[in-house]
Design a protein around this ligand. Structure first.
Ligand code: GLU
Length: 513
């Protein structure tokens, strides 16, 4: 039995939480965190995690976004027990497929006169608002259609006048206990008669959420702080419908380093883009878990299973959670180092292919070869082992996998040079040329069958004068073309004799030209 299974023993498993994304954009970091916290809460309680797609806004909801969100969450290792893709006892799980259910409850509110039809046109509403603003009042709906007589309503309907549906907002103090933020009290007298549907077939967010949370037996609503102001409205709608209220937990905002709400201004907020940029899903999960939640000890590195064991709502902070890129990079570096070579290879190959450094196309003239990749112009070929060796000497330093092409491109293409980079300290061109010539001689003599970091290092010893740099710097730059790179022995060992000699010859030609 795993530690998690042991923990679940004795729990009643009645907790039901939901993730309710609106498919109006690709998976956002904040959505991923909300989903993770719901998933963790469900898993830590032995409860049920429901996925519900909130696509009542027909203009902005796009199927491709739904797919992106669900696929993105799955890619992070999250799964759900009920949802649009897998069904369940409380379906359908897309709001666009639940119109009949909403209709029934809208009709109930209208029949009981707890809601009413509002025929005011957009222009009339705007004019009313303007008037209130000029009179120094906070704009809100004035309730013009609140007391229409049944005949007036029938008349309007008969004339084909369009209407929206508003609830009669009671004027009272309403309180709820937020599991993170404590007691919150709101004077509903300050709220207007909120619109709950654009027509009986088109419910709006606050209404659809209330109906669904009730119909799906949701016990806990865990969502972002930006929804705090919706909660009193939803509590009122629940009261009018005679529904019990779930418990609420509003997660702190995610902030940029300047403490303003995280937005595109601070860099990308899209999960896809981070993954595309070489952040690993396990690093992203670990990182977002710590955006507002803290474990009891100092531990910072968590797998999903470990998080499910440790997670509790009472360790979520009220104040905003800062998105610290350095920490994200540190975590990603840790997970890159932790990956097995077998896991790392396909990721790296994919990145190299995208950067057009290698292609996996077969080489017809080299049947039976272990060189299963070659460079784009087909002038050089590489084995998996070659790429593995490159990863072995570079992975420790990578913050993200997308750094690989720029850091290691010279293993796949001939480097280009710049004269000042080839010169070590006060070396002249002639001295560099001499160093390169000696290097060429030594490497030409060196037996290819014992071509290792150690044999290369030993073979170069006799070349050193007072300053080893006069040999090693031109060598490193000749092989890599870079100011910073792994050490020259490691590079030379991986490149192999042929490539080393070609690069040194090219640098010699360059320095003498
Ligand atoms: N659909 C809402 C959103 O994407 C979430 C609703 C909720 O959690 O109550 O922001």
């Amino acid at each position: 039995m795993t530690a998690y299974q042991t923990k679940l023993q004795g729990m009643d498993g009645n907790v039901r939480v939901r993730m309710a994304p609106s498919p109006t954009g690709n998976l956002h970091i904040g959505t991923a965190r909300t989903a993770l916290f719901n998933w963790l809460f469900a898993r830590s309680q032995g409860g049920t995690f429901v996925m519900r797609i909130e696509d009542t806004d027909k203009e902005r909801s796009i199927k491709a976004y739904e797919e992106n969100i669900l696929q993105g969450l799955r890619g992070l290792g999250l799964d759900w027990d009920e949802g649009p893709d897998i069904g369940g006892a409380y379906g359908p799980y897309r709001q666009s497929e639940r119109t009949d259910i909403y209709k029934q409850y809208l009709q109930k509110l209208l029949d009981e006169d707890k809601a009413y039809r509002c025929f005011c046109t957009k222009e009339e509403l705007e004019a009313q608002e303007q008037e209130m603003i000029s009179g120094g009042e906070a704009p809100k709906y004035r309730g013009i259609c609140r007391n229409l007589q049944p005949e007036q309503i029938q008349n309007n309907i008969a004339k084909g006048k369009s209407f929206i549906i508003r609830v009669r907002m009671p004027a009272k103090k309403i309180s709820f206990h937020d599991l993170i933020r404590g007691k919150i009290t709101v004077d509903t007298g300050l709220l207007e008669d909120i619109a709950i549907a654009k027509s009986t077939a088109e419910p709006l967010y606050n209404f659809a959420v209330v109906v669904d949370d009730f119909a799906m037996n949701i016990t806990h609503v865990i969502r972002g702080e930006d929804h705090v102001s919706n909660t009193p409205k939803q509590l009122i709608i629940q009261e009018l419908l005679g529904f019990p209220s779930p418990q609420y937990a509003h997660l702190p905002l995610i902030l940029g380093p300047d403490k303003s709400k995280l937005s595109k201004r601070h860099g990308t907020t899209s999960v896809d883009e981070y993954l595309h940029d070489g952040y690993l899903p396990e690093a992203l999960v670990n990182f977002i878990a710590l955006l507002g939640w803290h474990p009891s000890g100092d531990k910072e590195l968590f797998t999903l299973d470990e998080l499910a064991l440790e997670f509790s709502l009472d360790r979520i902070q009220k104040s905003g959670a800062i998105f610290n890129m350095n920490k994200f990079n540190w975590l990603n570096n840790y997970y890159i180092r932790k990956k097995s070579m077998a896991e790392l290879m396909p990721l790296a190959v994919n990145i190299y292919e995208q950067a057009s450094l290698i292609t996996a196309a077969s080489l017809p003239d080299k049947a039976g070869t272990t060189d299963i990749y070659h460079n784009v112009d087909g002038t050089d070929a590489f084995s998996s082992e070659y790429i593995e060796k490159i990863l072995a000497i570079t992975r420790e330093r990578l913050q993200k996998l997308s750094e690989l092409p720029a850091a290691t491109d010279f293993f796949f293409t001939m480097p280009t040079y710049n004269a000042s980079l080839l010169l070590w300290r006060r070396m002249t061109k002639e001295q560099v040329a001499l160093s390169l010539q000696k290097l060429h001689e030594v490497f030409s003599e060196l037996d290819e069958t014992v071509w290792t970091t150690q044999t290369i290092s030993a073979a170069l010893e006799p070349l050193y004068g007072a300053d080893k740099g006069e040999i090693l710097w031109p060598l490193r730059v000749a092989l890599s073309g870079k100011q910073f790179s792994p050490g020259p022995f490691d590079i030379a060992a991986i490149l192999g004799k042929d490539r080393v000699l070609k690069r040194i010859a090219k640098a010699q030609e360059f320095i003498q030209s």
